[in-house]
Write a new protein. Structure first.
Length: 659
């Protein structure tokens, strides 16, 4: 007696990736509706099963579709936009500003369609995504027919799809409820990373994921800087921190995990955390090399991901497998590390477990969904084929085969590609629309790069337009102590005194850019000489001189001011100045009242470069009349403090240094 089925695929080299790593040659696979019913030797299968359709696979490899364990599919539309940058500059300087401007439901649907086309062509049948408007990504993925773990992003700042984290969490909840039982889509929640979320967000996302029993997808320990910052701010590395918040109680998919130690790996083991290793992205962004060999030795489920196509720059899992294996060998000095079979398991069965969908996909086994691909071994780069070692087939797939060898793809029992022809997507139309986006994004970035101000504003930091006018004068002086004594004159009422050590780095730009950027670190010094607080600020200094009164009393203007939330290195890489000038000084700053008018009196000692002592008098002004009055008072103050108005200089410190 034979059992009936819908389809039998025969005359294939069946690479099952089941727990026994069964290989059948010639082999056959039986499919009924969306499921695999059986896999085995062809003669046995044909004796036991009959089907409406029997398809000859012409001796191709029949294997499970690959699992892309971490990506951001709509970023196909940002591929090649900004490369050769460090992660923070790439992300905060380019990706996020462009995303704020362009990402919409239309953008993500198109980007997802393109990504699905690329992934189907490359033999991917399941992917784990994290982006904005994830419900639209789910729609486009389901239309393309791929299996997706689609994670709605949550961040602590406004995103293209939500004004606040509460809004994106509410969106995530509704979206998860609507898609919970879909045959292809597993909805998920995706707090972007600990450094872009608050503790409250991470806790709330974990609770949501646990309550709805869906995966939680997150970037963890991607760069050394992330771990270093976490140690400094929380006194522990990233993994203990997220564990403390209860995050690991959810079904976590942890992307990257480059900088984790053995203790942290054991924590992952305890919580059955899935890991997504992204070799290309980690190398390209110079994030480091994840300790994959050790993780696998500990039995962790480590899948392979491409990361987004803007940080890779493709969705090619063949490339990713080969690189993962070579990287593990090269970095451990052990050529036996991560052999082909284990690497292929990472890209299929282990990858599926890492995404918490191991019961559905990742291998050719009865009861699993029919997510399968056919690989053509005839192209020249795959030949010859040795038969001596049956295991050689894994080397063939991991080290020699390419995405272009994939000829046919089936997901959930439905063909998505036959003989390299896509059945669910119209590539030409999508490519035309993608070009249109590229032109608009080009224009946006060209416009932004035109001025320092627009580049500063694009960072989206709390930037204040502080167009402040000041009357100011500067004069070299012999002794600071002498001036301090004269400040005791009852004509001056001292309202406040401060002591700072100021470390300035000026970014210089070539003409026609007239502006300068100053990165200032203010160290507040207590009377006992200790640093009590450090403040960092970024100031865009416009053309400074508006007018010069007698005695070189200047009316000057400074423009935009932002709290410098990133490092000096970040701003250097983002703004790319042609040169830099460093100035360090000790500053005693007095706020005084003289003739019913307030002035700042700075007593500066410049020690880098060694320019000596200066007296600087400044006062904010708002009208020409007020400025004239103050310019006269400034000259009086100079005289009272024993400085010579004839010796005033009109240059700023930066000009003194640069001339
Ligand atoms: C959370 S949705 C996507 C969000 O993350 C950005 N992104 C893409 N790749 C990475 C990565 O490797 N590390 C950190 N963030 C990444 C992407 O631009 C989106 O804004
Ligand atoms: Zn990512």
């Amino acid at each position: 007696m034979t059992f009936s089925a819908d389809l039998i695929l025969k005359n294939a080299i069946v690479v099952s990736m089941d727990p026994q790593f069964n290989l059948y040659e010639p082999g056959a696979v039986v499919i009924r509706q969306q499921n695999i019913v059986a896999a085995g030797r062809q003669n046995e299968i044909l004796q036991q099963y009959s089907a409406e359709q029997i398809m000859d696979c012409d001796g191709k490899i029949l294997m499970p579709g690959m699992v892309n364990a971490h990506t951001h599919v709509p970023m196909t539309l940002l591929r090649g936009l900004a490369d050769d940058l460090r992660l923070d500059v790439w992300l905060l300087g380019y990706m996020m500003p462009v995303e704020r401007e362009f990402v919409s439901p239309d953008f993500v649907r198109l980007g997802t369609g393109l990504a699905c086309a690329e992934m189907i062509r490359g033999g991917v049948t399941t992917f784990a995504d994290m982006y904005y408007f994830e419900e639209d990504i789910a729609v486009a993925t389901a239309q393309a027919g791929l299996r997706g773990i689609c994670g709605q992003t949550v961040l602590k700042f406004p995103t293209p799809d939500a004004q606040s984290y509460e809004e994106s969490l509410a969106y995530a909840r509704d979206y998860i409820q609507r898609w919970k039982n879909h045959p292809l889509i597993i909805p998920a929640v995706a707090p972007h990373a600990p450094y872009t979320c608050t503790d409250e967000i991470l806790r709330a996302c974990a609770q949501l994921a646990i309550e709805m029993d869906v995966p939680l997808h997150i970037h963890l320990s991607e760069t050394a800087q992330e771990v270093e910052n976490m140690r400094r701010e929380q006194g522990m590395p990233v993994i203990p921190f997220v564990k403390k918040l209860g995050l690991l109680d959810a079904k976590v998919i942890a992307a990257h995990c480059v900088h984790v130690d053995e203790g942290e790996m054991r924590t992952f083991q305890h919580y059955n955390t899935g890991i997504a290793h992204n070799p290309s992205s980690n190398l390209k962004l110079a994030s480091g090399i994840a300790p994959v060999k050790k993780m696998l030795e500990l039995g962790l489920n480590v899948g392979i991901g491409t990361d987004g196509p803007a940080s890779n720059n493709d969705l090619d899992m063949f490339e990713e497998m080969r690189l993962a294996s070579f990287l593990a060998k090269g970095s451990s000095g052990d050529p036996t590390a991560l052999p082909a079979l284990e690497t292929l398991a990472m890209a299929t069965s282990i990858g599926a477990k890492a995404l918490h969908v191991g019961h559905l996909t990742g291998s050719i086994e009865a009861g699993k969904r029919a997510d399968l691909i056919l690989l053509d071994l005839t192209p020249v780069h795959n030949s010859p084929r040795f038969q001596r070692d049956p295991q050689g087939i894994y080397s063939q797939i991991v080290y020699a085969a390419k995405a272009m060898d994939v000829t046919d793809v089936m997901v959930n029992g439905q063909w998505l590609m036959r003989d390299r022809r896509l059945l669910t997507l119209n590539e030409e139309e999508m490519l035309r629309e993608a070009e249109d986006y590229a032109r608009r994004i080009d224009i946006f970035l060209i416009q932004r790069e035109k001025s320092l101000l627009s580049k500063l504003l694009a960072l989206g930091e709390a930037t204040e337009e502080e167009e402040s006018f000041e009357v100011q004068v500067k004069v070299p002086v012999e002794s600071i102590a002498g001036i301090q004594e004269r400040l005791l004159d009852p004509a001056f009422e001292i309202l406040r005194t401060r002591h700072y050590r100021e470390y300035d780095v000026y970014f210089n730009f070539p003409p026609p850019e007239e502006s300068r950027l100053r990165y200032r670190e203010d160290h507040f010094i207590t009377p006992s000489g200790e640093v009590s607080r450090v403040r960092t600020r970024l100031t865009l200094l416009g053309p400074t001189r508006e007018y010069s009164f007698p005695q070189k009393v200047l009316l000057s203007r400074s423009r935009y001011l932002a709290t410098a939330t990133q490092s000096l290195r970040f701003y250097r890489e983002y703004f790319k100045p042609v040169s830099e000038t460093e100035i360090e000084k000790e500053r005693l700053r007095y706020l005084v009242r003289y003739q019913e008018t307030e002035f700042f009196i700075n007593l500066d000692h410049l020690h880098k470069p060694d320019l000596g002592n200066f007296l600087e008098i400044k006062s904010r002004t708002w009208s020409r009349k007020d400025a004239e009055l103050k310019s006269r008072l400034v000259v009086e103050i100079l005289e009272k403090l024993g400085a010579s108005p004839q010796q005033t200089i009109s240059q700023d410190y930066i000009e003194l240094v640069n001339t």
